[in-house]
Design a protein around this ligand. Structure first.
Ligand code: SF4
Length: 431
């Protein structure tokens, strides 16, 4: 049985492949790309049909962060010309959220830059959640506020928050290369706090920071072990003014291989194409929908995405459907686990569509609390270049060391647009 048959069979059973098999996916060639997408697409449809979940970001507080995540346009010392503002008022945030929900989003992701929330910040978010739920009780809410202290996750849960996003971003082995003001262990601790409080854990990664294939596989397996209900996959947006502004090393083909690997390792988990979708996948975005079952509608935290209507048209043209507010996101067995976790934690119902306690879905953001480019990240570090043989991988033989992506982007800075509308501005949001 060749590699793709093995991976598909395991994925259809909800099983996790071996690390070697995951590495082999990343080592496949461009000639094999459509075979890889077709195989992972079967796994995607097994657990998520042709539904695409829409999530909408609301940047509650932008820039001015004391942390030094090297990928982030909001980081300490960033010279990126991004919007900088302090906390939105609950009414302002609810207005922004309404645009996303009326655009088709079923989850609103509330994000604030910073190391972590104070108890006063939790009060603010509590008021914001109330304002949003008053307008639309069925909407799911994810919070992404950075490192959590004791009892803060429980307070967010009690306030009606359904999920918490805190990405691991990269492997434990290279975490120190992308941030020094907090640790990988700090991140794992926050994800576990959120999960323990009955919040749906949303935790993902940033690809394109010069990491090796082994690093990518490491972080994706770590996310599987953490039990993340949703995995945002960010593709680095190298923001001018950040340490990784020159780090252009992704190609649409590489991004699709990474999404396929994430799907195979997390067959029954919400996989989301997050920040960098437009910049790096470009015209290949529809192929990404065969691998991921979730995207962000509209703009990212500090950069602009394509028009909301373009997202909706793309989904329909590619033969997919927008996941409805009343539909669960996670497959039944995962939703039940999530509901039990939520109920066990606070005796409440699990999250899910319309709070039916059924479905859980993931959350949002890269970085401590935010994302560089969008929900995502900004920046990466040195790129390991090696060479690889063609096509052995697909026949199941262990791949040689992966090669730098020949098709890697030249610096497509023309595609990076700093957000100048929506939250924190007088201009209408993109939704
Ligand atoms: S990712 Fe979050 S914590 Fe890190 S620098 Fe950006 S805003 Fe700050």
């Amino acid at each position: 049985m060749d590699l793709l048959d093995t991976l598909t069979a395991k994925g259809l059973r909800g099983e996790t492949p071996t690390r070697e098999e995951a590495l082999a996916v990343l080592a496949t060639t461009d000639d094999e790309l459509l075979d890889v997408v077709a195989a992972a697409g079967r796994v995607r449809r097994r657990w998520f049909g042709r539904r695409v979940k829409l999530n909408y970001l609301v940047n509650l507080k932008s820039g001015l962060c004391p942390e030094d995540c090297s990928y982030c346009s909001q980081r300490l010392g960033s010279k990126a010309e991004i919007l900088k503002y302090t906390w939105l008022k609950p009414g302002q945030a609810a207005e922004a959220a309404k645009a996303g929900v009326s655009g088709g989003a079923k989850r609103v992701c509330l994000v604030a830059s910073g190391r972590g929330p104070t108890d006063r910040d939790i009060d603010r978010v509590t008021d914001t959640v109330a304002a949003i739920k008053e307008a639309d009780p069925a909407v799911e809410i994810c919070a992404c506020l950075g490192l959590l202290s004791d009892n803060q996750a429980e307070r967010l849960k009690a306030a009606g928050v359904d999920a918490y996003n805190h990405n691991l971003n990269t492997s434990e082995g290279t975490y120190g290369d992308i941030a020094t003001t907090h640790t990988y262990a700090d991140r794992v601790d926050t994800v576990q706090k959120a999960h323990g409080a009955g919040l749906s854990a949303c935790s993902g990664l940033i690809a394109g920071m010069g990491e090796s294939d082994e690093d990518l596989v490491d972080v994706v397996f770590a996310l599987r072990e953490l039990g993340s209900d949703s995995v945002p996959v960010n593709f680095l947006i190298p923001f001018e003014g950040t340490p990784l502004a020159k780090e252009w090393n992704l190609s649409p083909q590489r991004c699709l291989r990474i999404l396929a690997m994430v799907r195979f390792v997390n067959p029954d988990t919400e996989v989301r194409i997050a920040g960098g979708r437009e910049v790096h996948l470009r015209s290949m975005q529809p192929l990404g929908l065969h691998l991921a079952n979730s995207i962000f509608l509209g703009d990212y935290l500090t950069s602009e995405g394509q028009a909301g209507q373009a997202d909706l048209d793309m989904i329909r043209d590619a033969g997919f459907e927008i996941e409805g507010m009343g539909e669960g996101t996670l497959p039944r067995h995962r939703a039940d686990i999530a509901a039990d976790t939520a109920a066990g934690a606070v005796g409440g119902c699990g999250t899910g569509s319309g709070h039916a306690g059924a479905a859980q879905a993931g959350g949002a953001q890269a970085g401590g609390c935010g994302t560089g480019g969008g929900c995502g990240p900004c920046g990466g570090h040195g790129h390991a270049a090696e060479t690889r043989p063609a096509s052995e991988a697909v026949t199941g033989t262990a791949p040689a060391a992966p090669a730098a992506d020949e098709g890697a982007d030249e610096a497509r800075t023309d595609l990076v647009r700093v957000r100048r509308r929506g939250a924190g501005t007088e201009l209408a949001p993109n939704a």
